[in-house]
Every structure is written in C-alpha cells, then in structure tokens.
Design a protein around this ligand. Structure first.
Ligand code: SF4
Length: 253
C-alpha cells in the first residue's frame, strides 16, 4: 500500500518538474535533439508516452548527485570563484539555460564544468570511445554564451571539462570481499573529458542550428521526423509515429 503511494507521487512530481521547464527560449541541450520533439514541447503537447518509474528513479539519482557535487565544489580551495548553475544566455537566437559550474582557478584561468551522471555501461563507453557530439556542442555553446555575456571576464575561456559520474560503480571493497584482484585507479566513479573551444564549430554548425530552432517556433505544423535511437525514449513517440510506432522502433533496434 505504501509503495503505491510513493509510486504515484514520484510520477506526479516528475511530470510537474518537466512541465516547469521554460519553453520561451531554446535550451542548449535541445540543439542536438529532434526538432519535431522540440516543436511538440514548445507547443504544449501532453506527453503521449509517460516515463517508467525506473526512468524517474534514474533521473532523480542524477539530480541528487548533481546537488552533492555542488556542495563539494564549495570546498575546493583551488577555485577562486565558482558559480554553480550559472545562467547563460544568447539573445540573437533566443538561447539560454544553466551551466552546471563555471569556475575561475586561483591563477585566473576560467573553465566550464559540466556534470554528467551515467550508468555503468555508458561510463565505460565514454572511456572507450570518447565524448558524444552532443556534449561537445553543449559545452561549446556554454563557452560561446559566456564570452558574449562577459567579453572581458571570459575572453580566455577556451576549455571545458565534462565530468562523468558513474552512478553504479562496483566499489573496490566488493572486489576485495570476493577475493578478486583489482586496480584501485580504475575504481573511481569519476572520469573527465576536456573540450577545447571550437570557434569554427560554433559559427558553422551550432549557431545555424540555433537559428533553425527559432524558425521552427514559427511553424504551424511539426517539422519532419528525425528518426534515431532517441525515438525509443521520446515522450511523444506514440503521437509522432502513430500506427507505425512498433515497426519503426523495431527497425531502430
Ligand atoms: S519519435 Fe523520434 S522523430 Fe518523433 S518527435 Fe520523437 S524523437 Fe522526433
């Protein structure tokens, strides 16, 4: 009985949090998402596919870890300045949001830091194959916006770090308890990837995409489908794919 009460309110709270997200400007994370999904969102369509409670639980673990990292940030003496959830904004293409963390080191070097909480398999994948493009876009856009907002302060802002946090690492104590050998260095739940500011990427790809999203805002009908793996988790997949949904999702693997 208690379980059902928690399940009901977990789902309601998660949907309320999604609904609170502002739709009057374009978020950096939307730059690499499907424009059709973006269109459904900004036009206030109800989700046709609710997330599972397991998905809600995974998201909440991520939020809790973000908060913990924010608290830890305040203890790091090497940071002369640290702005958690720094507001970033770009007026021309109506883009904005919050960067997880923007720091200035004691020697004056600024960095954008983006936290990404992942499951064990994605964590392993990033270590093996490197950073997915959407994170490169997102961090470059943050750096671009900060340079636009504070040209003097952030003129030397040319580096971002994406800090991955493995939500389900296997602690070394478990290996020890099982009598298995392990490398201590491999057991950190954190992994960082450096991203250098890429002006060419910003000018030729990111800003044109931001301009396109502004154009999509004026569309009366949704833009064409952009079928990809993302469709499997899209909250509008039944609405968008209609009767073809099962077949299309099966083809996507
Ligand atoms: S189902 Fe796929 S194509 Fe349709 S809106 Fe969602 S992400 Fe876009």
């Amino acid at each position: 009985m208690i379980k059902e009460l928690f399940e009901r309110e977990m789902m309601k709270k998660s949907l309320e949090s999604s609904a609170e997200r502002s739709t009057d400007h374009n978020h950096p994370s939307e730059m690499t998402q499907c424009a059709r999904q973006f269109w459904y969102n900004i036009n206030g369509y109800d989700y046709s596919d609710l997330p599972s409670l397991s998905m809600v639980s995974i998201w909440e673990q991520g939020h809790a870890l973000h908060e913990f990292l924010g608290e830890v940030t305040e203890r790091i003496e090497e940071f002369k300045e640290a702005h958690i959830e720094k507001v970033v904004r770009e007026e021309e293409f109506n883009t904005g949001g919050h960067s997880d963390l923007v720091v200035t080191m004691q020697d004056g070097t600024p960095y954008v830091i983006d936290f990404k909480t992942t499951g064990a398999s994605k964590f392993k994948q990033v270590k093996k194959h490197g950073l997915p493009d959407d994170y490169i876009w997102q961090t470059n856009l943050y750096m671009y916006m900060l340079k636009q907002m504070h040209p003097r302060k952030y003129k030397d802002l040319d580096t971002a770090y994406v800090l991955f946090i493995n939500k389900s690492p296997i602690p070394s104590e478990i290996f020890e308890a099982q009598g298995k050998p392990h490398l201590k260095d491999n057991t950190s739940p954190l992994y960082e990837v450096k991203v250098e500011y890429d002006e060419d990427l910003v000018e030729t790809e990111i800003l044109p995409q931001a301009e396109y999203l502004e154009e999509v805002r004026t569309y009366e009908d949704p833009p064409e489908r952009e079928l990809s793996d993302t469709c499997k988790f899209c909250p509008f997949r039944s609405l968008c794919l209609g009767d073809e949904k099962d077949e299309i999702l099966k083809e996507l693997g």
